[in-house]
Design a protein around this ligand. Structure first.
Ligand code: FRU
Length: 445
């Protein structure tokens, strides 16, 4: 059994540090996944866009550098952004980060490609408008139903509070700042927004971030979503929806999930990838001490909007990686799929893997689901608890050093990197008598 922390079926670069997924797009029949990459070191000192491409969401080709910080306006980092096909060209939008004598300047920039291999930078297309600090980044560009292009930007207002800013364009190339779209009183910054129409409902994904504005340090952040009414004519949300502190739901209840981004593919599916990490610097160092790289993306997830919630499910393509059902003793890899169906819904349930490396506990009295794993630095168990009314079924995708658990058909998902200590599965399931339990190896390509 493999002891490495390198993943079997998740996207991770051969070396360095990966963070946010960027420029996700389906273009000319291929999937493109760009990502924040420090190719030199396993830390955050350098940022460019690395790239992967695939024709089928399963076989991925690592293509190395796509956009590097080689211009005065992006010399201190090609930061996060999005991708969109316009008139046959793949347009990439990113934040050019420039620092001089400790002063940061952020500009939203554009690059284009027609083959996913050669990139032409077009330079800055939007300066940071009055009323915002230089924490102005992560452009999310989309085309609304009326044909207008919008750019949503993660921002901090001059009063030190988080916000989302909106710019508009007729052609996707020339941009005008419009107005603040949404604001937070509780958080000092909002990162990585994504606004999209899903099953007839506009959904806003965003990452509220607490910052110490005196030291300019990030304190904490997470991914949230909320349904909104967006008027493509005016570029406005309803006043209630514009309040980012109201009506939000945590996007993933696990330990490691941040900066999700979505796109629509050729099959018309809205697909999400996220950065599968929320590690602190010391945890990153501990995790990757013996590894060439640190961090990976989540599995792709197909999104739906149903019953007032975001549903996330694995794309059908990924099931082709599953082998025939086997007994736990016969499993000789950490890459496996476990499905449990027909649970009572309101009875206690628990599941332990790899001798306690990871555990799930459903408490019907408290109506909570708890995920426990071994903490990176202390070696002690640590837990995350989220509200759950009923537990009916679950689907667990294990890679060599991660778990993604899809609850009740995907209305709740928990993602976590796992410290791979044990070589045997040691599966212990309680509260599932008479239920269908299926274990299948995942064959990595
Ligand atoms: C989110 C983020 C983005 C920024 C990028 C830099 O993780 O901080 O706001 O563009 O990472 O790597």
């Amino acid at each position: 059994m493999e002891k490495t922390r390198r993943q079997g079926f998740h996207l991770e670069p051969p070396a360095g540090l990966l963070n946010d997924p960027n420029g996700l797009v389906w273009y000319r029949g291929s999937y493109y996944v760009y990502f924040q990459w420090n190719k030199f070191e396993k830390n955050h000192s350098y940022k460019e866009w690395g790239s992967f491409a695939s024709d089928d969401l399963i076989h991925w080709q690592f293509r190395g550098s796509a956009l590097v910080p080689d211009q005065p306006y992006d010399q201190n980092g090609v930061y996060s952004g999005s991708g969109l096909e316009i008139d046959g060209k793949l347009c990439l939008y990113y934040t050019g980060n420039h620092k001089e004598e400790g002063r940061r300047t952020s500009r939203q920039c554009m690059a284009v490609t027609e083959d996913g291999r050669h990139y032409l930078k077009l330079g800055p297309v939007l300066e940071t408008p009055e009323g915002y600090t230089p924490h102005f980044r992560d452009p999310d560009v989309f085309r609304a139903e009326n044909g207008l292009y919008y750019m949503l930007v993660g921002a901090q207002r001059s009063d030190g509070r988080g916000a989302l800013a909106l710019a508009r364009s007729r052609d996707g190339f020339g941009w005008d700042y419009l107005h603040p779209l949404a604001y937070s009183r509780q958080y000092e910054m909002v990162e990585c927004p994504d606004l999209f129409l899903l099953d007839g409902q506009y959904v806003l994904l965003y990452c509220p971030q607490a910052r110490n504005n005196d030291t300019d340090a990030c304190l904490s952040s997470y991914s949230a979503y909320k349904p909104v009414t967006f008027d493509p004519e005016t570029g406005r949300l309803s006043p209630e929806d514009a309040d980012l502190d109201r009506g939000r739901t945590v996007t993933d209840g696990g330990f490691d999930f941040y900066s999700p981004q979505t796109f629509t593919d050729g099959k018309g599916r809205r697909i999400l990838f996220a950065w599968m990490s929320r590690m602190e610097e010391a945890e990153e160092a501990a995790f990757s001490a013996a590894e060439p790289s640190v961090h990976c993306l989540t599995m792709p997830r197909v999104l739906h909007w149903r019953a007032g919630r975001l549903w996330q499910t694995p794309p059908e393509e990924l099931y082709s990686l599953l082998g025939e059902p086997i007994q736990p003793e016969a499993l000789d890899s950490r890459t496996f799929w476990l499905g449990i169906e027909g649970l009572a819904g309101d009875k206690p349930f628990s599941l332990t893997l790899h001798g306690g490396e990871a555990a799930l506990d459903f408490d019907p009295a408290a109506r909570t689901l708890t995920l426990t794993r071994t903490a990176w630095l202390t070696g002690q168990p640590e837990s995350k608890t989220c509200p759950l009314e009923q537990l009916k079924n679950l689907e667990l995708w294990s890679d060599r050093s991660s778990l993604e658990v899809f609850i009740n058909g995907g209305s709740l998902v928990l993602s976590a990197r796992i410290d791979p200590a044990s070589e045997t599965l040691g599966l212990d399931v309680r509260g599932a008598d008479g239920c269908g339990i299926t274990l299948r190896p995942i064959h990595c390509i």
